[in-house]
Design a protein around this ligand. Structure first.
Ligand SMILES: *Cc1c(COP(=O)(O)O)cnc(C)c1O
Length: 379
């Protein structure tokens, strides 16, 4: 017999989360998650899931019937798009300007696809001219994949122009909107996005672990014409949809994360009540306040002003500042989490998130105050 460990409940402190995600969860969302668990085929729960689909359609600005939440984090949403769409031998133009574009390339290759990379420097948006060139050079490409909001650098790419280019060249667009959904303008139908995935824990300020996805009629047709079955049983949308589609014929596929879906429903109700455009504007306003404070502190942004994400602010760490020590002081003395640099920017930049519920005046003020105190203390 193993001895029973002598642990008691885990009681985390209430941190202020201003990193690259998870973001501060709305108190109403945490409360929703604590409501009683019901069966995942309970008619009341199924009714809630139908509302959830409509709320997701609103957030994505789409009428796509295949709009659901994958029962797993953003990375699983990414994988859902690639495994369902890309068949062995098919060519995908993959734009890389940070960590997540590179993950897309790895997904393509694991599906047996052929990735053609279009690279931009970290901190730059995806360059539409380079994408146009690649599309011309590879007329056999079937897909264009890119990250709308690169969380590793804080750069926003022009999804509308990129998706229009994809359409001109008969390519299906696959868009990472994990950090963009709810934080910046995003219009799936107007921009002609074919496959898109997002995350619950960034600008929706829901708990981590769910990935909203949506597929256009073009993407659905491509999935239906597959020659080989999707290699992932769990992520196969043709099976998942039998569970998510209504009309009383819902059948068991996997046990939905019941309470997490309550949380997502609540966070999307909050987004709908605020209004998408108001939410986008609020992120811009809070970003401007933060940027004003940072400029007084002499902090420099990694990304040029026109391409800055309001919800993810990358700034260079001033010379002589101990990155690890400063972030640890913020965490332990201010209860404030900011993000470290990732990949090429590790040790060189901080990533400060203003996502969803986190995009509010008191957070901006605390972050500026804390950095001001600690940066002057270190000099
Ligand atoms: C966070 C993030 C992901 C991965 O989401 P997880 O929920 O961590 O799996 C993918 N793409 C981008 C742009 C992200 O910011």
């Amino acid at each position: 017999m193993l001895q029973a460990p002598q642990f008691t409940s885990f009681n985390p402190p209430r941190r202020i989360l201003m990193g690259p995600g998870p973001s501060d969860v709305y108190p109403q969302v945490l409360a929703a998650q604590a409501r009683p668990t019901v069966g995942h085929l309970d008619p009341l729960f199924i009714g809630m899931m139908d509302e959830l689909k409509q709320l997701l359609q609103y957030a994505f600005q789409t009428t796509n019937p295949m709009t659901i939440a994958v029962s797993a984090p953003g990375s699983a949403g990414m994988e859902t798009c690639f495994v369902n769409l890309v068949e062995p031998g098919e060519k995908v133009i993959v734009c890389r300007n940070g960590v997540f574009g590179e993950r897309m390339r790895q997904n393509v290759e694991r599906c047996g696809g052929v990735a053609v990379c279009v690279d931009n420097a970290w901190g730059e948006p995806v360059c539409p001219e380079r994408v146009a060139e690649a599309l011309q050079q590879h007329p056999d490409a079937r897909f264009l994949a890119f990250v709308h909001a690169e969380t590793s650098t804080g750069a926003l790419s022009d999804a509308k122009t990129l998706c229009a280019l994809a359409k001109q060249h008969d390519c299906i667009s696959i868009v990472d909107a994990v950090t963009s959904l709810g934080g910046v303008e995003l219009r799936v139908d107007d921009w002609g996005i074919d496959a898109i995935y997002a995350g619950s824990q960034k600008c929706l300020s829901c708990v981590p672990g769910l990935s909203p996805v949506s597929f256009s009629a073009t993407a659905v047709a491509k999935i239906q014409q597959r020659k080989s079955p999707v290699q992932s049983w769990f992520l196969d949308q043709s099976l998942v949809m039998a569970y998510w589609s209504g009309q009383g014929k819902r059948s068991y596929h996997h046990t939905a994360p019941v309470n997490s879906l309550y949380a997502l429903h609540e966070s999307l109700c909050l987004l709908a009540a605020e209004g998408l455009e108001h939410a986008w504007q609020r992120h811009r306003t809070m970003h401007q306040l933060l940027a004003d404070g940072f400029s007084k502190l002499g902090l420099e942004f990694v990304v040029a002003a026109p391409y800055r994400l309001p919800q993810l602010n990358s700034v260079y760490i001033p010379a002589g500042v101990d990155d690890t020590m400063l972030r640890s002081t913020l965490l332990h003395e201010y209860n404030l989490e900011i993000g470290a640099g990732l990949g090429e920017l590790a040790g060189k930049a901080w990533r400060i998130g203003l996502m969803g519920y986190g995009a509010r005046r008191e957070n901006v003020a605390l972050c500026i105050q804390a950095l001001s105190e600690q940066l002057s203390a270190g000099r």
